[in-house]
Structures are given as C-alpha cells and as structure tokens.
Design a protein around this ligand. Sequence first.
Ligand code: AMP
Ligand code: FE
Ligand code: FE
Ligand code: ZN
Length: 286
Amino acid sequence: MRIDLHTHSTCSDGTEPAEQVVAVAARAGLDVIALTDHDTTAGWAAAESAARQHGVQVVPGMELSCEAAGVGVHLLSYLHDPMHPGLAGEAELARGSRDARARRMVELLSRQVPITWADVQAQVSQDATVGRPHIADALVARGLVRDREEAFAGLLSSRGPCYVRYYAVDAVRAVRLVVEAGGVPVLAHPRAEQRGEVVDDGTVEELVDAGLAGLEVWHRDHDDDARRYLTRLADRWGLLSTGSSDYHGSGKPNRLGEHTTDPDVFQEIVDRSASVEPAGGSPVDA
Ligand code: AMP
Ligand code: FE
Ligand code: FE
Ligand code: ZN
C-alpha cells in the first residue's frame, strides 16, 4: 500500500484540477491519497468521483491556515464533516482574508513591478483559495520572474516589504473544531524551518491536549534532524506519524508519493474519524 496524505489541486494553489490529481496518483501507482487544499473542501466531490473511476482511495481533507503564538501553522484535517459550521466558518474567514491580503500585496508590488489584480485573477480557478503562488504565477506570466521559486525567494518573501499577513484561526481552537467535526487533526510540516518560524514544543503540547492526533514527520521540508526530533515528540505524546508529498502539480518540485504513510497509521486515521469515509478504492478492472 502506498499512501500519500497531503496534496493540492486548483481549488487552492495546486496546478491540476482535483480529478487530475487523482488520475496522476493512479498512474503513479498510489493506493491512497488525501486531497488537502488550503482552507477549502471545494475539490472533494470531483476527487471522490475520480477515486471511484481510477481505483484510488481518496481521503477528503483540508489544510487549515492557523496561528499559534504569532507563528503561522498549517493543520491537516482528515475525514471531517465539511458542513460543520465552526470549522467551515473558520475556513471561510481565512479565504476571505486571503483574498483581501492578496489584493493588498498586489497593490504594494505594483509600486515596484507592472502587475495588476486582473493578472492575478487570471491565474486563479473559480472559487479557489487565493495564495501567494497565484501572485507568483501572475509574475511569471508577465515575464518578471522565471518560476514560483524565484518569486518566493524575492518579491513574495515573507521577510520582504510586500508581504501582508492574513487572518488565521488560533491553532488550539482549530484542533478542537476538527475533532468536533468528527475529523482527525494532524500538524502539517511542523519543522519546515525555511518557511519561517516554527512552533515550539510547548505549543505542540497544547495542541496535543486539545486533541491533536498526529505529526507530519516525513516531508521534504524536514531534514534528518527534524525527522528524528519529530519522531521523538510523537513517541513522547503517543501521536501518529505521517508522511506525504505536499504535491502542488507543476507548482513545486514535490512528486506524488515521494513520502508515504504507514498503512497501520492510515487505518488508525480512518478508525478515529467519526464523520466521513474515504471514497473509491476498488479498482474498476483489477
Ligand atoms: P500563502 O499561504 O499565500 O502565504 O503562500 C504559501 C504557499 O505557497 C504554501 O502553501 C506553499 O505551498 C507555497 N510555497 C511556498 N514556498 C514556495 C516556493 N518556493 N515555491 C512554490 N510554492 C511555494
Ligand atoms: Fe500550498
Ligand atoms: Fe502547508
Ligand atoms: Zn500543503
């Protein structure tokens, strides 16, 4: 069993529609993928129907933008009720704030380079969660940078003058909401240090007390030290350890299945969910 529990589609900052992510996963020989777009579940229906078609199991999920003691944190939620008002409400607030923030960033950028909000809109699929990657794509389309990587290293850097923050729910509240919604909360790439500041152990412990189920340990943004460190934390607090690609199509070098999750851990996630079940999975023609 090859299980990849973190992927993005054009419903957020991936470059392929959800059904295509599932098709690519089938071709790559994966058995299970989770669709975890930023702050939205809009891709679930398309992914679930593609799952039945391609014989891949799809775990409906979301990567919720959160904040803990001023640090940006991403929380993966698996198999939650997408209609839970508290959780859906926080995702909607994040999407709205991201939209206003992207407009403001474009305003700041336009003092330096020729870019308009219409350029960015042209890069965003309908109803998708807007992020810096879409601004990056607009800069690429204008020939101002080569790729997303170059945009993030320069104009879009979180340390640069054009960076603007956006609203994100407190991470402890987010963990509680995911559990209330019958979902399983797993902290995404907790020690991806090149993205900026990471949460300290005290914060992780607070999340554990709130009901955190696991840590994403095997992820390309973690070096060996980080993986060892997180494995120890997971052991100490009895947390699940997951692995995944954080696939964004051609928007990032991450390849589907480059890191995977143990089948027993996956089963535990399914068992702990009190809401929805994975979709598809039985090959049409085995
Ligand atoms: P935002 O959430 O709008 O602040 O943008 C952060 C998102 O951009 C993350 O979800 C990443 O997937 C993506 N990202 C961060 N760094 C890079 C990079 N160097 N190249 C491509 N995508 C990136
Ligand atoms: Fe992303
Ligand atoms: Fe993330
Ligand atoms: Zn992600």
